[in-house]
Design a protein around this ligand. Structure first.
Ligand SMILES: [Zn+2]
Length: 524
């Protein structure tokens, strides 16, 4: 087995997972197939490029009392990767299952599964901290028992992390399970959280699991199947998930899209042009018999999931996953909460984001301040070596990049840059102070942004500029002041009792020669 990583962004990665029956790309969603009530012909999965599905070993066993299916691939009619869940979810629903941990391992080996899950003990949503602690210990005990019983090393075994909403317990479970040699780790019990839209708790759970687990192995999230959530959970480092949502939503006439759920009853036109939606309109679909309607809706729902995964993988390749998160956050206030919580973990996300990206980044506003590239720039700025006691010249950094190439800055920069007693810095949106030394580095020169002329943004950036200037202990500061931003910086500098010369210019009629002339005169 191998898990090869081809690309990274935030905590997300694009990878290839190889099992004994084939390979598939991650991030991946395993469509969950009910072995006793299959909704779709298995051929449809392969035709749609889905190379790995999941079924439930417990349901498979229960649906065929007295007879053992020889092989799960034959039973489902799917020759590529099949993952089997152990039945732990049924414990959550019914309180117990009639099988022992060793028995479910042996069963999964007999039916020739490719990815098997040990029988863990789910914490659930309503357990108190003590009970959660117990489920963590019980899962570890079961993991050790299962590891002793495993005979087939050609199966990839999954070690579930428990702890539920008790974040400390999730962290402890991740560290304990991470010490054990599982090929894949999984985070349990988030389904109820997702249904209740408690994305804030879910974010903390996933981050706690990621921090405790070995980073080289894939992380699976149980029961995540709404495409609108995929960018968020992938950004947090979930490589795989499984869900029957595509079929369950179809049963109740719900149509999945990347922005949320729609009711078939209320759709006039399908925006989607997948092979299903392109051949039927909503009115015709509503008039089909129940089984056919459920099938077509299931197919569209599944294709909507696949399409979103493609979009995410492409965003990872381009280094644009954060942009997708911001975009999605505007689709639904609940997702805005999701992003707000992710922002709290941005220093952790920053550690895993590539330092240089194939393309520039976008800055849309306040939320973009927390994207890893911005976090990193703020820290890097403070590490630039400075010579104290020079004169500082502050110039407006406008849309033109690098900032010094702006035709209104170039004449000033070219006359001052080689003077040993001058330090040049641009005041910019979104970066605040952009010292000349960093002007041509990533991401400054490659960022797309717009100035919303927001006074709060100006004040906040003016403060950063003043802090930067203070660090240089200048003998004199020249502020080439433009607009409200310039005024805000002037106020900040005066507030810090700096020796300041303000040269006011107007955006439309600035005369660089006159500006540089007066600076040189004053420098002496
Ligand atoms: Zn469609």
């Amino acid at each position: 087995m191998s898990f090869q990583v081809h690309g990274k962004d935030l905590l997300a990665r694009i990878g290839t997972l190889t099992t004994k029956s084939g390979s598939f790309q991650t991030p991946h969603m395993f469509p969950v197939v009910d072995p006793n009530r299959p909704v779709l012909d298995p051929k449809f999965y392969l035709e749609s490029g889905i190379r790995a599905i999941m079924t439930n070993a417990y349901l498979l066993k229960r649906g065929r009392p007295g007879q053992l299916p020889k092989d799960v691939h034959g039973t489902l009619g799917f020759k590529e990767t099949v993952a089997t869940d152990s039945g732990a979810y049924q414990i959550l629903e019914y309180g117990h299952v009639g099988v022992k941990p060793a028995e479910i391992v042996a069963y999964q080996e007999k039916i020739d599964t490719d990815i098997g899950v040990i029988l863990d003990f789910p914490t659930g949503f309503h357990s108190d901290a003590r009970r959660a602690g117990w489920t963590v210990d019980e899962t570890v005990r079961r993991a050790d028992e299962a590891l002793k019983r495993i005979k087939r090393t050609d199966i990839l075994w999954v070690g579930p992390v428990q702890g539920g909403v008790h974040i400390k317990e999730v962290g402890r479970s991740a560290v304990e399970m991470g010490k054990r040699p599982f090929s894949i780790y999984a985070l349990g019990s988030p389904t109820e959280l997702m249904e209740a839209q408690r994305f804030d708790v879910l974010v903390d759970m996933i981050v706690a699991a990621k921090k405790g687990l070995p980073h080289s192995r894939p992380l699976h999230l149980f029961g995540a199947g709404h495409p609108a959530m995929f960018p968020f959970i992938v950004a947090l480092g979930c490589d795989m998930f499984d869900s029957a949502a595509y079929a369950l939503y179809a049963r109740t006439g719900r149509y999945l899209t990347s922005d949320g759920t729609q009711e078939l009853a209320e759709i006039e036109e399908f925006a989607c042009m997948c092979k299903i939606c392109d051949n039927i309109n909503p009115e015709e679909m509503r008039h089909l018999d129940t089984t056919e309607r459920e099938q077509l809706l299931s197919k569209h729902n599944l294709l909507a999931c696949c399409s979103e995964l493609r979009r995410i993988r492409e965003a990872i390749r381009k280094g644009h996953l954060w942009d997708l998160l911001e975009h999605r956050a505007y689709a639904n206030p609940a997702f805005k909460k999701f992003l707000a919580k992710i922002i709290q973990h941005s220093p952790f996300l920053e550690q895993f984001t590539p330092t240089v990206k194939p393309r520039g980044i976008s800055h849309f506003g306040e939320a973009s301040d927390h994207r890893p590239e911005m976090v990193r720039y703020s820290a890097r700025r403070l590490r630039v070596p400075v010579e104290r006691g020079k004169a500082v010249v502050l110039l407006p950094g406008r849309w033109r990049r690098p900032y010094h190439e702006d035709p209104r800055n170039l004449p000033i920069v070219s006359k001052l840059a080689n003077r040993s007693n001058v330090s040049i810095c641009f005041y910019t949106i979104p970066f605040g102070p952009a010292p000349m030394e960093l002007d041509e580095t990533f991401p400054l020169a490659q960022t797309e942004s717009f100035d919303s002329r927001d006074p709060i943004m100006y004040d906040q950036r003016a403060m950063q500029v003043a802090e930067w200037v203070k660090r240089l202990s200048p003998k004199l500061v020249f502020l080439v002041s433009e607009g409200e931003y310039g005024v805000a910086i002037g106020k900040e500098l005066l507030g810090r009792s700096m020796k300041l010369k303000v040269i006011r210019i107007h955006a439309t009629g600035s005369k660089p020669d006159r500006t540089v002339g007066s600076i040189i005169r004053l420098l002496g």
